[in-house]
Design a protein around this ligand. Structure first.
Ligand code: UDP
Length: 149
């Protein structure tokens, strides 16, 4: 018989990380990759991509109709995005911890948004990175950004 895995041993999983156009423009792509690797996660795929309206409509479907939706889409269309698939035990919540709170002013020092982000007084938070928030979102988002993976 096979014993169930220990609860302290989370399954190896994959998450979708995006270095958003502000991060790429500011030359912080390498810094984000460095933090992912320094944490001990593995890079599975890395690609610089220009997002399309269709891709963003699918990626941000849950936010459609919210006041920041159109500014968010316009921001995400404003330049290339570095799309990354990272792998490791607990990488989905783990990368969210590395990223920090959505609002960079509130994000804790030591996090990507806390160390490198700020409020620019815009209609949308330019907060450098995206990370999937659940197993289901990760599978869906990886399928959207890396259809071949
Ligand atoms: N966003 C914003 N204002 C808000 C909420 C969200 O500008 O009040 C933007 C921000 O760029 C955020 C993205 O929309 O990263 C997606 O929002 P979500 O709530 O999914 O935050 P995240 O998971 O990225 O922290």
């Amino acid at each position: 018989t096979t014993l169930p895995a220990e609860p302290s041993t989370p399954a190896v999983e994959r998450t979708l990380v995006l270095v958003k156009p502000d991060g790429v423009r500011r030359g912080l792509s390498g810094e984000v990759l460095r933090r992912i690797e320094a944490k001990g996660y593995t890079l599975v795929a890395v690609e610089l991509k220009q997002a399309t309206t269709e891709l963003l409509a699918a990626h941000y479907a849950e936010h459609e109709g919210k006041p920041f939706y159109q500014p968010l889409v316009d921001f995400m269309l404003s330049g290339p995005t570095l799309a990354v698939v990272a792998e490791g035990q607990g990488v989905i919540p783990g990368f969210r911890s590395l990223a920090g709170a959505t609002n960079p002013t509130e994000a804790a020092p030591g996090t990507i948004r806390g160390d490198l982000g700020r409020d620019w007084g815009l209609k949308v938070q330019q907060n450098l990175v995206h990370g999937s928030d659940s197993t289901e979102s990760a599978a869906r988002e990886i399928g959207l950004w890396f259809p071949g993976l």
